[in-house]
Every structure is written in C-alpha cells, then in structure tokens.
Ligand binder design. Structure first.
Ligand code: NIG
Ligand code: FE
Length: 408
C-alpha cells in the first residue's frame, strides 16, 4: 500500500457534484488550494490542502490546475500509411466521401503486428501527453477476418474500450457483392472479433457509396448485440440521415458525429438521453471543412453530449482533446465548463462508465495537470501544450499508457 498526496493544486476540477465545500455553480465541483491523495492507483481523498491526511509521499503540483483526465471515447488508432495528400486536396475543395479509407486498409493489411503495435503505442503516448487517460479504440482498417481480429487484439493491449468496426466501409474486393460482405461481418468476422471487443460500431451513411445503409447497419448492430457487444453508431456525418434514429431505436450507447441533425433527431436524442449520448467530433468538421453542429442547441433541448477526437487518418488526424475543447468552445457554442464536462463525464457516460471522468474517492487516479492556474486556459491558450496526464507515485499502470480498468 503506497499513498501519495498531491498538494499545491491552485484549482481542482473534480466533476463531483457531492463534494463538500466545492463550488458547484457549473457542475464542476471546483476547489481552490486543494489536495488529492492517491493510494494504489485509486483516489483515496479529495479536499482542501490544509486538511489533507498524511501520506507516504508528497508531490507539489506547484500552483497548477488539476482536472479529471480526458475520456476520448472515439478513436481509430490501428492503422498504417499516410493520407496527408488527401487532407491537402480537401483543403482545396475536394469533398470527403470515405473513399480514402481503402488506402488505409491496404497499408494496414501490409503492416506487421510489430509495426501496428508500435504505431498504436506512439499514438496512445501522444494522447497521454495531452491529458487523455482513457481511450476507446476501433478496428476498421483491416476489413478481413484476420486483419480485423488482429487490429482488435492489438487495440486491447492498450485499452479495455475496444470496438469492432468491420462495417466501416465495404472493401473494394466486395464492391459488387455488398450482401456477401455484410454476411461476412455478421458471421465469421464477428465470431473472430467479439472475444476482443466490448463494442460494435457501424458507419451508417447514405451519403457515402462506401458506407452502410440503415437496413445494413441494423443487421450488423443486431448481430453484434446478439454476440454480446454493446452498440455505437457513426451517424449523420455527411448529411441528414438515419443514424440517430437507428441508434435510438436500438438503444446504442452513443451516436457519433451528429454533424447534420433534424429537429426530429434532436427530439429523439433528448427523449433517449438516459441511454444514448450524442458524441460530437469537432476535429472532423475542422479537417473536412464541414459546418460545425450547434452543441448549444443540443444542450438546450436536453440532449446528453460527449466530445471526442475521432483520431483517424482520414477525417481528423489529431489526438488532441484540448484542441477538441477549444473548437467546441469557439465554434459550437459551449462554455469552457460545458466543453470540459462533455470531454470527461459526458464521454464516460457514452462508454457507460461511472468510474471515470470525475476525481472522486474510489475512482482510478486519472489526473490531468495543466501548466496553468485554471481549466479556463484549456480553450483560452488554444494550441499551447499545457495539459498532460499525471503519472502518480505508486501507481505503475498510470505510467504505462492509457488506464485499463479491471472490469472488462
Ligand atoms: O469517423 N466516418 C467514418 N470513419 C472515420 C473516418 C475514416 C477515414 O476516413 O479513414 C470517421 O470520420
Ligand atoms: Fe470515427
């Protein structure tokens, strides 16, 4: 049993609505001049520094702010190859349609396990260095039984939040045989992948010739559910469409992108707010020159929202949650407090996790420190690398990558 007290915390954001003596005005559970005691990787005590209990170790945070580590609930880190030229072409007006995914599939299939593992590890390290402590990782650039299964095996080395995305696009070799590909995904591929995945996802997008229709997506998600996986949906990214409707109908934990939402979509999401989270991915709008969804409209309607990076080689090759927060504040109508909540408790909820996203006794010690006196600097100092996940004394797994909970 080793304990460490972190003191000298100028501002502590806990997201704990029950914390005594905290400022709860924006649901952040904020304390000034605070301390946190970590014991064996878990939060043991939170409160004013002057009342901190003794601990084996003392670490001075030096007047910085500490926040709950970011929960990045949507990423595609298992890929090889480079698509920067596609990004450059888009910036001159070429629209995104999902066709470039095939290039990543070719490069990923050609990579060795060691190469893929090193690529994922470097991206996960990049995330931690920017304050992320939990990441969800999807497959989706293998699109064969063997390549999807190994993508998930490698992802599972870094996180328990793994998502089978065999229904990312129809691979070129199945272009004229779509029903056969859906059969493969829901049959042999699902059987090989389900043991390595917690979630199943589908790119449901009638505006892309490569992605899946509402009916195809329903078949894929239903098969996944029957195999014991919980559901997520890529929906409403390139235009108005059925993604939100389908996600709500099937009780998915999250529908992600939500770039184009009708009034009916918003009403359905609000009515399903206990079950289905709308995950917004503003890095995608940035990198595809798309209009940003109005997050204010969603909050005002009672929709539960999350923010995530969608780090992937096509629509957003940024792993930076601070960048996502800055975009959400500047372009989507959120206050800095709302953006931080969406990127922590909101994204935790989208993963159906109650043990992360808040600094509360009993939770994993997922602490992120800011080289700044307040969380407001996250969007105020956009582009400046002020956030990093804190490796806490006596907690080895915090130093090894992204937090991996025992409850997989
Ligand atoms: O979430 N929309 C589908 N999938 C990814 C992009 C994949 C790619 O272009 O490589 C996304 O935006
Ligand atoms: Fe995605």
């Amino acid at each position: 049993m080793t304990s460490t007290v972190f003191f000298g915390i100028a501002e502590l954001v806990t997201n704990d609505e029950l914390l005594d003596g905290a400022d709860h005005s924006q649901h952040l559970g904020r304390l000034n001049d605070a301390a946190v005691v970590v014991q064996d990787g878990l939060i043991a005590w939170v409160g004013p520094a002057a009342q901190a209990p003794p601990a084996d170790d003392r670490q001075d945070v030096g007047g910085r702010a500490v926040i709950p580590g970011f929960v990045d609930s949507h990423s595609h880190l298992v890929f090889a190859g480079d698509r920067s030229a596609e990004f450059a072409a888009r910036m001159t007006g070429v629209p995104y349609d999902g066709g470039g995914i095939a290039a990543s599939v070719n490069a990923t299939r050609a990579a060795s396990d060691e190469e893929l593992r090193a690529l994922v590890g470097a991206r996960v390290a990049e995330m931690r260095a920017q304050g992320t402590t939990t990441v969800e990782i999807k497959s989706g650039y293998g699109l064969s039984v063997a390549d999807e299964a190994r993508s998930l095996r490698i992802a599972a080395e870094f996180t328990s939040e793994t998502t089978f995305l065999g229904a990312h696009v129809v691979p070129p070799e199945f272009a004229d045989r779509r029903p056969e590909y859906v059969e493969l995904v829901t049959g042999e591929m699902l059987a090989a992948c389900a043991p390595h995945a917690r979630w199943i996802d589908v790119f449901c997008e009638p505006h892309s010739a490569h992605a899946f229709s509402e009916d195809e997506a329903r078949v894929v998600l239903s098969a996944g559910r029957d195999a014991g996986l919980a559901l997520r949906v890529h929906g409403n990214q390139l235009g108005h469409g059925p993604g939100v409707r389908l996600a709500v109908e099937l009780g998915a934990a999250s529908v992600d992108h939500c770039t184009f939402l009708s009034e009916t979509d918003v009403e359905q999401l609000a009515a399903a707010s206990d079950t289905t989270v709308a995950t917004l991915l503003p890095g995608v709008e940035f990198s595809t020159r798309s209009p940003y969804p109005n997050a204010r409209r969603l909050l005002d309607a009672g929709v539960r929202i999350a923010l995530a990076s969608d780090c992937n080689p096509g629509t957003c090759y940024s792993s930076s949650m601070p960048f996502v927060l800055a975009l959400a504040v500047r372009e989507m109508g959120l206050t800095p407090a709302e953006a931080l909540l969406a990127a922590t408790v909101g994204s935790a909820k989208s993963l159906r996790r109650n043990d992360i996203g808040a600094i509360r006794p009993g939770n994993p010690a997922d602490l992120t420190v800011l080289d700044a006196p307040s969380y407001l600097h996250l969007s105020y100092r956009a582009g400046v690398p002020i956030a990093r996940a804190l490796a806490s004394g006596g907690c080895e797994r915090l130093g090894t990558g992204i937090h991996r909970p025992p409850d997989r």
